[in-house]
Design a protein around this ligand. Structure first.
Ligand code: ZN
Length: 162
């Protein structure tokens, strides 16, 4: 069965940056099952996997535009220290969830700490990076109607509802 939109695809993968450093690997947390064509994974990796079958192994080098996007400097901003919880110790590089004005959840990274201000970066941590994937396709099946309705995979490797 070839990978197409609405396929449930199980992959083993390793992601490296341009210097060969491993950023993420399924060896650490198990294979990934995703729903193809539903923005579960970055567009460049979907493009590379389209039409593949179980057993195929691919490598893909994905530009930021087809990965986590380019860095946007306007997403780096300063906030008064008093806007952040007093009881929380701040460290460079720490990440937390914040709510944007449009109610969207975003992950921000602390990039600078001054006496009265903190500089936050709301770019995705992998924005601006070329993503070098090594992927093995483990399984391909059709999605169930419920999975298509939810837009994600159910079952052992997928999403679990409470
Ligand atoms: Zn669901």
């Amino acid at each position: 069965m070839n990978i197409k939109n609405d396929s449930v695809v199980t992959i083993a993968y390793t992601l490296k940056d341009d210097s060969g450093t491993v950023l993420d690997t399924s060896k650490d947390h198990g294979d990934l099952a995703y729903l193809h064509g539903h923005e579960n994974i970055v567009p460049g990796l979907e493009d590379a996997l389209l039409g593949k079958v179980a057993g195929d192994e691919i490598t893909a080098s994905i530009e930021p535009e087809k990965g986590y996007g380019t860095r946007q400097e306007e997403l780096v901003f300063e906030v008064p220290r008093s806007n952040l919880p007093e009881d929380e110790e701040l460290n460079l590089g720490m990440q937390f969830r914040a709510q944007a004005q449009d109610e969207q959840q975003m992950i921000v990274t602390v990039v600078k700490i001054a006496d009265d201000t903190v500089t936050l970066d709301a770019n995705h941590p992998l924005a601006g990076q070329t993503l070098n994937f090594e992927v093995e396709v483990k399984n391909v099946r059709d999605a169930t109607p419920e999975e298509l309705d939810h837009g994600h995979v159910h079952g052992p490797e997928g999403h679990h509802h409470e």
